[in-house]
Design a protein around this ligand. Sequence first.
Ligand code: GLN
Length: 485
Amino acid sequence: MKTISEIQQGYKDKEFSCTEIVEESFATIDVHDDTLHAFLSLHQDTALEHAKNVDEKISKGHPLHPMEGIPGAIKDNILIQGTITTAGSKILENYKASYSATVMKKLAEHGAIIIGKTNLDEFAMGSSTENSAYGPSKNPWDTARVPGGSSGGSAVAVASGEAVFALGTDTGGSIRQPAGLCGVVGLKPTYGQVSRYGAIAMASSLDQIGSFARTVQDATIVYDAIRGSDTYDSTTAHAGPVIEPTKLSHDVKGLRIGIPKEFFIDGLDPRVEKAIREASQTLKSAGATIVEVSLPHAPYALAVYYIIMPAEVCANISRYDGIRYGYRDTSAKDLWNTYLSSRETGLGAEVRRRIMLGTYVLSSGYADQYYNQAQLVRSMIRKDYSQAFQDVDCMIAPTSPTPAFKFGEKTDDPLSMYLADIFTVSANIAGIPAVSLPCGFAQEDGQQLPIGMQIFGKHFDEQTILSVGYAYQTLTDWHTRHPDI
Ligand code: GLN
């Protein structure tokens, strides 16, 4: 499996053509995707057409952008004009996007080749892809296990070599958790660093688009291509017209790296804890100082998330009413029943559960007790991070409490599924950047299961977390291992 820079070098040296690289992606999809089910739709004709143009450029000796001619997969809740975008929901089964997301325009400007749209939990709600209306994706390390979610398809596409990079969205961990469970790199940038325009909204104050790749270096190249301010998303931070590429350094000498003690709790798989402790030793031996830090309100993060997120979900999902978008039950007798029946048939159980939770926490009489209270605790969690970051440059923590779990293991108990997000939600609540990268394996049922480590950073300091990740990958070889598919 090649990295972005290896592919670019190969193009330069005429070792292979762009068409060959893209054909290789589709050949891998052909062989494996019936089993893995990473993709909901393929854009084969346009991808091959695009590859031909890149090959022409190469033959004329024109220089290529770092993303040019690189095959990537896009989570199916990010719009590409004129193509179907389902968000993993039946209600959008036939929905054709009427415009493209800003990130897609940027990828097009940079010449990246889009090979298809990837599977996800319906409207990005879930941690296993089992909530997709189109069936789950499978973990390439052990197909009896989930790939994580909600961006499971994107993680599987990259881990299995179907795509070189992918885009996902992360509202409470949906990039980092599947990246962790599939043994790839997943970056959730700072809230405001990447435009959300054209990403189907789940919980708008938490949602963020980010990148999947096999190495930190590749994830950084993709991130540099998609970030920047956008007049169509007023929450993007102001950035100059020219985006300077992130400068990765593998020198961690003198860096202070925090280990938040609240993340090492009962229920954390000992194999995961051991891998994280060993990773901290690796960074220490490279010259970093490891310090224990405290985030006193971290234990409330999951509760805060599961109040604020459904409150925003119920507002955002109200637009799917059977009239304006997607599926409509045409047999309903009047307007009211059209709404009721289209939503009941079009939306899955988890989405409906969250609509009800959200409506409840916002209802008069309960809003003070739940929603307003959660907002107060949210600001305390943010404050915890800014205080801790006065002492350290970044922090490391597990991505998930356990390696990949089996299909069906958590579907009957939504609460146990929500617990899979326990270490990821606080970065969204605080709006800080976080990257997950492989840091070890656990052996189970004779299979190797990847373990992920997160690196948290200060607002807008992707540079530090990506550099620490890059440094870690120059010291270890976890990221070079691939599933035996
Ligand atoms: N797994 C989390 C949830 O179910 C996170 C989802 C996400 O980040 N989109 O809400």
